[in-house]
Ligand binder design. Structure first.
Ligand SMILES: [Zn+2]
Length: 69
């Protein structure tokens, strides 16, 4: 099953970034993902993000690195 990158939009600068989390769609739907800390690579803000804040982006196979910007 395809893995997805979980992207969030920074609360401070409103720019999207890669949370670094990877999972398939089923795991995402079943998971709770309550309150994870992520640091924005653009402005350095460290904030908590919940499941509703994530956007799934298809992570290209065989390629690591940011999938959200
Ligand atoms: Zn930011």
């Amino acid at each position: 099953m395809a893995k997805f990158a979980l992207c969030v939009t920074c609360r401070r600068c409103r720019r999207p970034f890669d949370s670094g989390l990877r999972m398939d769609e089923r795991s995402f739907r079943r998971g709770t993902l309550a309150a994870n800390y992520h640091t924005c690579p653009h402005c350095g803000a460290r904030e908590t993000y919940a499941k509703a804040d994530y956007t799934l982006r298809e992570a290209p196979a065989g390629r690591s690195g940011p999938a959200c910007a």
